[in-house]
Write a new protein. Sequence first.
Length: 492
Amino acid sequence: MDSYATNNGGVGKDSSLYDFEPAKKLRELAKINGLEMASKDFASLMDEQDELHELRKEFCYPLNKESPHVDLSLVDGNAECVYFCGNSLGLMPKECRKLVKEHLDKWAAMGVYGHHLGDRPWKSIEEYATEETAELVGAKPIEVVVMNALTVNVNLMMVPFYRPTSTRHKILMEGKAFPSDQYAIKSQVNFHGYKPQESIIEVFPRKGEETLKTEDILKVIEEQGDSIALVMFSGVQYYTGQFFDMKTITSAAQKKGCVVGWDLAHAVGNVELHLHDWNVDFACWCNYKYLNSGPGAISGVFVHERHAYNFDLPRFSGWWGTNKETRFQMNPEIEPIPGAEGFQISNPAAMQTELLIGSLNVFKKTSIKRLRAKGDLLTAYLEILLLHRYPAPELNEDTDDTPDKKQQLSRPYVKIITPADPKDRGCQLSVKFSCPVQKVHKELEKRGVVVDTRNPDVMRIAPVHMYNSFTDVQRFIDLLEQAFNAVKSLDS
């Protein structure tokens, strides 16, 4: 396997995937051990050398026979499925079941006394998630809190941090942002009496490209920054999987007097974050993707320490944001807690928080730096195998009628729209196919592969560092071949 197609998402025509360190490492290991990278033996070798491989045992991994879409005539029902959908919903940590049972047992035995007694009294349950959450996002404990759901928090954080004026009322965001962010931002603009078509600036990729260039974002900030009140992007873009240069964008925007916020739904637990050092004003995220805390899991919020004691910032208030020492005295005037906790409104759902704690306890067994390193290797491995087995044809008017070219064009091929450089992506690869993506998806589901698609034509494939293996990647490539053959047979 010495010849590889390049990644249309970011590698130049004459560049090699091996220009990037994770891919170089994979190639070197294959060469040293005399193995083909696409072989089961190489995948097994990588799993044996993976220091984090044992973390998989911390999770409940679905079996093919448990999937509602698997055709058991095609695969072994007792085999584990290939779960590459952690970018949508992470797998359940086994400890979550234990903590929820303890929670229910305490409720049954203690009733209301559970608020004050037991290993994790409910009145302070969110504090048991603070330290590890801060570690994951590169923050100080005073800067983070878990509360509410993601879009609720996006709206709540725009109360203090989107303060439009007649001369500075615009919001800068990426084009094709996640719809919930679009809805929230439009509603906030409308609430303040402005028109979205005049107050929202969206940055789109250049013609013929799939992802944004940092220089294009910075150009808009430089040219229109004096009229921009808030810059709010995704940390990792949900559709393309692009990891934005958060540090550079934040710095440039703040130099123009803009407030900067980030939706980290696809970034937290996936890539390294340094929110405090990057001087981010605020950020929000969900905990059910790479943080594996269950569907609809409680959300997280970051507010930079420099805002911690600014009680003049407007905010919507509730009793959980008041002084903990006097909270139960039921005073009529709020005494805001310094830091992110001061933005709480209601007490958090205790059971949801227990689920988050169960997941964070797995993260304690390693570090986001080590997870990121494994994730880079897994994603590079998937990328290499995809582009080697299903390279896009090189079109040439002089040779397109030759038998070899016709055979090449009859083969299915892929285009990866996620950036090729590991620093510009996380675990997810967004892939387009030369045949209908929905048909491929259906055939993969029959064979126990769990991925998702996003309109109009992208499949999101996410080998997650916490519980996926190199063998999962190798199996996926083989099952994708079966899916392609099935689609071709149906269409013939």
